[in-house]
Design a binder for this molecule. Structure first.
Ligand code: NI
Length: 179
């Protein structure tokens, strides 16, 4: 199984609203397995299909890399059905080179999703998992965490990225926790 290429900001595929999945089949499951492998290799806490150029509402997440696969979540058409409280978390992203910023999110979420076994499940989450679920579902809606920071900060990041690319240093220094 080959690792997938992770698209980086400002790639257009990161701005598209992803399509709902209508069939859970072998082809989809193969994509999900490749996504999980790509996430662990990166390494990152989560990966959404648009990040590998697939317009599908699919995400993989694992907040515990000590035992890869044991706590792996494979979510199809995930949606937030309840959200409460507020938390500020320093986020990074596999698609955003060398940058972290504080983002405000709901502190707790209830997410409903389908699994590759065609079951509908509910996940109650707080802490990093709650943040990661919201971050990944944002990817499905064509949003990055840098769309949730101030315009000034975003502009400063754009300039920094241009400089990194110009100097050939883009992606040399991975940011801390990447979701
Ligand atoms: Ni991300």
């Amino acid at each position: 199984m080959a690792l997938l290429k992770i698209r980086k900001f400002p790639d257009d595929s990161l701005k598209q609203v992803a399509q709902p999945v209508e069939n859970i089949d072998g082809k989809l499951n193969a994509l999900i397995d490749s996504m999980a492998q790509t996430m662990y290799a990166a390494p990152g806490v989560g990966l959404a299909a648009p990040q590998v150029g697939e317009s599908m509402r699919v995400v993989v997440l694992d907040t515990d890399h000590d035992e890869p696969g044991k706590h792996l979540l494979k979510l199809i058409n995930p949606r937030i059905v309840e959200a409460e409280g507020k938390v500020i978390w320093e986020e990074g992203c596999l698609s955003v080179i060398d940058y972290n910023a504080d983002v405000e999110r709901a502190a707790r979420v209830l997410v409903r999703a389908w699994t590759p076994d065609q079951e509908e499940i509910e996940i109650e989450a707080d802490d990093l998992l709650a943040v990661a679920l919201q971050h990944e579902i944002d990817h499905l809606d064509g949003k990055l965490f840098i769309d949730r920071i101030s315009r000034i900060k975003r502009e400063l990041y754009r300039r920094k990225l241009k400089k990194l690319i110009r100097e050939g240093k883009a992606d040399e220094r991975p940011s801390k926790v990447r979701i």
